[in-house]
Design a protein around this ligand. Structure first.
Ligand code: AMP
Ligand code: MG
Length: 487
């Protein structure tokens, strides 16, 4: 056998292990009873230059953590984080990094198994994951990718054949997560809190080398790192807002340095537009509500900056002054990204003086008239005006007149404008009530809806009459969607 056949195409180079020992613990994954692949992402396997056929046919034991490919590591990463504002020591409590895979083009991706067993960071947890929540992470992360939103991705889900216990007995599963890295704001908080200045520096240098090598030569690379991460996160949150995505648990350990969305727990897409929307059962204060996400990103970046202070400048006051100078840019950087996304949704190709007002007025009308966020924009793009409260209102008609006038100033026909709009306003998003139904059916042994939904969500801008059931908001009779942490 060639090495490729022998190893499913994995080419590991585990640079994380060159960091100081405090950043990780080596520990073996659980052995499992009956590894079996239940979902496999062939497109992603191909994209990573893995041997998709081989992995799908012969890779169950590996994707369940039962066996390791050659060259793999097995490490749990240490990190801390503010959870709902409270600082805690955390770490990979149910995940293992099995290595950094290098594609043929030299791109580096973390391969992580989630649900692979207890680690020194598990605290009271069992280190396991149930099939349902892993299906949820799979479908939502892949939908996010199809919406061109930076995100960790899902390569596969393997059933373990083991039973795990939550409120009841559930089927255990392992999800293979692919990420640009798993460096988090919380990794820096961990280094700052429990390490020396040299540990913070080692981590920052590693993050720069891995994600932003272009800033290595900056006058102050650590200020440049702060500024770059701020820029990435502002761009990311603007994209979330533009599709109505609510992360649900924007703790600092769930914010990446790469700018990818990570940790699909209690997240969900908003149906009716309302800035105070919260889905997470434990977020009683609305800390992570839709409308709060930009402010929370800024709060998290401030925690990131605090962790970097000792390496930003030897004089603390000066370090604070420098960091402050970056952090105060967040509102304007975010705003620029947000309005750029929203202008595009309305087919406005260059900025105009009245655009912010135009956008905000529409959103206010949507909120007032309980309009569905996704479908409103898609209807505008399709040139359709369904018979609903928003579109029938006088205020909307006035707004529409102003919008048409604005569009007419552009050097494009209305048809061309709508075409642009159709390419950025999704027809389908993973709607909670449908995701839940698809998962329930899958877990009960009927995988067809889940498979169909994955397919539909991989082309979110396509209009396809047959698949219209995936564009329907929940009915008023359906109970409000609630999501749960700790699954
Ligand atoms: P999350 O809410 O997914 O960001 O997780 C917060 C922390 O809890 C992380 O340190 C996780 O590794 C840990 N954790 C979540 N679920 C489990 C579990 N079943 N067993 C052990 N640790 C867990
Ligand atoms: Mg997390």
């Amino acid at each position: 056998m060639t090495e490729k056949e022998d190893n499913f195409g994995f080419r590991f180079d585990n640079s994380y292990m060159d960091l100081p020992q405090m950043f990780y613990t080596e520990i073996a994954a659980n052995k499992v009873t009956a590894p079996a692949i239940v979902i496999f992402n062939r497109t992603l396997a191909d994209r990573l230059d893995l041997d998709a056929n081989e992995l799908k046919e012969q890779g169950a034991a590996i994707l369940a953590g039962h066996e390791m490919p050659s060259g793999a590591a097995q490490i749990a990463q240490a990190y801390a984080g503010h959870q709902f504002g409270h600082f805690n020591m955390l770490g990979d409590g149910r995940a293992l990094l099995i290595g950094e895979h290098i594609t043929k083009d030299g791109e580096r991706y973390d391969i992580q198994l989630k649900g692979s067993g207890r680690t020194p960071y598990s605290r009271g947890g069992d280190g396991r994951a149930a099939l349902g929540p892993m299906l949820r992470e799979f479908i939502i992360s892949e939908a996010m990718h199809a919406l061109s939103i930076p995100t960790t991705r899902s390569l596969a889900i393997a059933a373990t054949g083991d039973v795990i216990y939550r409120e009841k007995a559930l089927d255990g599963a392992v999800l293979t997560r692919i990420a640009a890295s798993h460096l988090r704001v919380g990794t820096f908080q961990y280094a700052a809190q429990f390490g020396e200045r040299s540990d913070v520096k080692a981590l920052a240098d590693y993050a720069i080398d891995r994600h932003y090598p272009e800033i290595r030569k900056a006058d102050n690379p650590y200020i440049a790192l702060l500024e770059t991460v701020l820029e990435k996160q502002a761009a990311l949150i603007a994209k979330w807002q533009s599709v109505g995505f609510i992360h649900g648990v924007m703790n600092t350990d769930n914010m990446t340095i790469s700018g990818e969305t990570i940790d699909y727990g209690p997240c969900a897409f908003m149906d009716t537009y309302n800035t105070s929307t919260v889905f997470s059962s434990i977020d009683t204060q609305g800390r992570y509500a839709y409308g709060n996400q930009p402010a929370i990103a800024s709060w998290n970046l401030t925690r990131f900056a605090e962790s970097l202070l000792p390496i930003i400048h030897e004089n603390e006051e000066e370090a604070v002054r420098l960091a402050q100078g970056i952090l105060e840019k967040f509102p304007s950087v975010y705003k620029a990204h947000y309005y750029s996304e929203m202008r595009e949704k309305l087919g406005l190709l260059y900025p105009g003086d009245q655009d912010e007002q135009l956008i905000n007025e529409l959103l206010q009308l949507m909120e007032y008239n309980d309009a569905d966020y996704t479908n409103t924009f898609r209807s505008l793009a399709e040139g359709e005006r369904p018979n609903n409260k928003l579109f029938q209102s006088e205020q909307f008609k006035q707004w529409e007149k102003a919008w048409f006038e604005r569009i007419e100033q552009q050097d494009m026909t209305k048809e061309e404008t709508l075409q642009v709009m159709k390419s950025v306003n999704p027809a389908v998003i993973p709607r909670n009530h449908l995701v839940e139904q698809a998962i329930e059916e899958f877990v009960a042994g009927k995988p067809s809806m889940f498979a169909e939904m994955l397919q539909v969500l991989s082309n979110p801008y396509d209009t396809n009459e047959q698949l219209s059931k995936y564009t329907q908001p929940p009915t008023d009779e359906e109970p409000p969607f609630v999501s749960y942490c700790g699954t």
